[in-house]
Ligand binder design. Structure first.
Ligand code: PA5
Length: 436
């Protein structure tokens, strides 16, 4: 279950304004439901869940099992909505420091133009395994347009390596996830016999994590892509019946925007959330930041960032609200045990914590920080998630997809396009001398 707890936020707002914002939120939700909102031709991410394609889920599962047997490295080549969701899920659910030797290491590429990163990746691909045998590589290139420069460049360099290493068999180790037709990637896939997955035309990049874009990398990593998907289906059904909490949340965020709040700092005390917050930052930022509107989605990872931007949050310009992601039950925990005697007679000053777990200590840090931030005039919205698992992440993903659609609609923007992104591309291509 996911609950937006607004108790530390709505006291900053007047009831009247909230009431009319809530009406507006309901109206926005209805226009998403009956497909009359702006950008309604991009609502395919709802259809994907209302009409689950079990054959596709099975295909992904079977294919992922084969890749897990075949590959030492599985390279996901994509940017923006074509990589951030899968990265977030893997970071949240895979145990840190525990790369198993019998399963592929999942690596992300094509999400920037850094030469050193790619050069180093190619070196890593070329280096033999500990037993002296060569690494087996499978690449999943993901691009809806099939033309995004960062992805295209990385894919060209990685493809060259694959062709050199595997010759005519390279095509059998490359998977293309792209639009049903059109674009360079489709042409390459057809010419070279890459296995292909389709991103439906009516699903935009940042809303595509529950299609093969996210599901295949998740399954290859050994996670349960069906449970993730059906977690989202469950949330879809539940919000169709009762969107009340989501609408209260959208109304409050909308009122803060109206009141002149400029920044929504998305934070968490659980490092597992870090990359998923990156996904949320992209989802909100690209969807609402247009026509001079929207809250800038900032990111904070606590308690680390309490020692950097914490000062700014507490006492800087009062133009922000905070959205804190919280987990009720940790994935695992550690106890501060009682010590028999102090090392060399030195008291480390932590006796008062003995018998407590790190989760309890972290929760106290969360509660204390919320109190301090609210006292410092920062409204805090708490997004409560029961636990961290495939099902809960599926629920979380759909919750925020619908939230983004409703909130963007309230603002009066089209939440599904990103016309501003074209400006940097145009200027960059001009610099690079790309023929028009
Ligand atoms: O949300 C979006 O549409 C974007 O963030 C895209 O996902 C991103 O620009 C990558 O585009 P593409 O998949 O076409 O390479």
């Amino acid at each position: 279950m996911i609950v937006a707890d607004l108790t530390q936020a709505t006291s900053f707002l007047e009831e009247n304004g909230l009431f009319s914002a809530r009406e507006k939120a309901l109206e926005a939700f209805r226009t998403v439901q009956n497909r009359t909102c702006r950008g309604a031709e991009w609502l395919g991410w709802r259809r994907v869940l209302s009409e689950p394609d079990d054959a596709l889920l099975d295909r992904i599962d079977t294919h992922a099992r084969k890749i897990r047997e075949q590959a030492d490295l599985f390279i996901v080549c994509g940017i923006g909505g074509s990589y951030q969701g899968a990265k977030g899920i893997l970071h949240a659910l895979k145990k840190p420091f525990h790369q198993r030797p019998d399963e592929p290491e999942v690596i992300f590429a094509g999400q920037h133009l850094g030469g050193r990163y790619l050069a180093s990746l190619i070196e890593y691909m070329s280096a033999p395994k500990a037993d002296g045998s060569p690494k087996e590589v499978v690449i999943n290139v993901i691009s809806k347009s099939g033309t995004t420069l960062e992805t295209a460049i990385a894919f060209r360099l990685l493809r060259e390596w694959m062709e050199e290493r595997y010759g005519v068999d390279a095509g059998g180790r490359i998977i293309a996830t792209t639009s049903p037709q059109g674009g360079v990637l489709n042409r390459l896939a057809e010419a070279n016999g890459y296995e292909k997955y389709v991103i439906p035309d009516d699903v935009g990049g940042r809303f595509s994590v529950l299609t093969p874009v996210g599901l295949l990398p998740v399954a290859v990593a050994g996670l349960d892509s069906k449970t993730l998907f059906y977690g989202a289906v469950g949330m879809f059904e539940s919000l169709e019946r009762d969107p009340g909490n989501l609408l209260d949340y959208a109304a409050a965020r909308y009122r803060f925007h109206e009141e002149g709040i400029a920044l929504d700092l998305i934070s968490s005390f659980d490092p597992e959330w870090r990359e998923m917050i990156g996904w949320l930052q992209q989802l909100l930022g690209e969807s609402e930041g247009k026509e001079g509107k929207g809250l800038f989605p900032g990111v904070a990872s606590y308690t680390t960032d309490l020692h950097s931007i914490g000062q700014m949050v507490q006492q800087g310009q009062r133009n922000l609200l905070e959205t804190m992601l919280r987990i009720r039950r940790p994935m695992s925990d550690l106890l501060i045990r009682e010590r028999e005697g102090n090392v060399a007679g030195v008291d480390d000053g932590l006796t008062y914590l003995e018998g407590k777990s790190l989760h309890q200590i972290n929760q106290s840090a969360e509660d204390g920080t919320i109190r301090a931030h609210v006292d410092g005039d920062v409204p805090v919205i708490q997004l409560m998630v029961d636990a961290m698992g495939e099902q809960q992440l599926g629920e979380f993903i759909y919750f925020y997809e619908l939230f983004t659609a409703v909130y963007g609609t309230m603002l009066g923007v089209n939440p599904f396009d990103q016309p501003g992104v074209e400006a940097y591309k145009k200027a960059m291509y001009q610099q690079l001398g790309k023929p028009s």
